[in-house]
Ligand binder design. Sequence first.
Ligand code: G3P
Ligand code: CA
Length: 270
Amino acid sequence: MTTLLGSNEGSNAGNGKTGSRTGTKIVAHRGASGLYPELTFAAFDAALRMDIHGIECDVRLTRDGKVVVFHDPVLGRTSDGAGRVSATDYADLRRLNVGTAENPQRIMRLEELLELMQDYPDKHIYIETKHPTRYGPEIDEQTLRLLAYAGLRHSERVHLISFSHRAMRYFTHFAPELETYYLFRLREKKWNRGNCMLSRPYGVGPALSHLRARRQLLGFKGLKTYTWTVNDPKDMLWCRDNGVDVFATDMPHIAVETFARADVGGSTLR
Ligand code: G3P
Ligand code: CA
């Protein structure tokens, strides 16, 4: 059986092939979230103006079935509200501030973010559907529907990522032309002890710590490699020098600077 932990099959680690030194793509994790409050218009707009590949975002369903750009299942950490996103209607979420007192920001709907993407036709978006079990595939269905409304349903600029094999299977079946990445962390071994591949994604998305501990995941079975969250310049250069295809960072501005310096002086930090 194919697993993500127990096989060296397809590995390119340690065989001298490091992939393209310049091909590693930079994605702004939750927008430029090291500079602005995460998943806000301010964070996305700043990131999209940078010389990077694109942005990453998380999406969830509200009680009344709207798709909002929000990471946590609950409101407390990043807004002035409380309670569960899934138990709150969109109209009530819209009143909350997810920015700062000086620069208030509203929770975005996915369609608003896709509209912003139209202003940046060279940029890519990595959409992570968050999966409370009780919702089944509804968040995935809604996401594909909104992509269709935005004219992005078949776009190579759109990538769908998830910790759910069920979501991977759904997207592979209903949107086979869109790239998918299966995300995983070590702790998922609790429910999938062998970390078996229960879907056929386009690529795998191990957490950075997982990837650095298990180099055989690089190019696993010929799949592309996306990793997160890469905030240290040394790790950024490690990704680049080892042929990671895409990494997500809260610090896209630091990544751009790090790569520019390395291009001039080689892959060392000076
Ligand atoms: O880009 C993948 C990464 O965002 C997954 O973790 O918890 O930050 O959504 P999380
Ligand atoms: Ca995410």
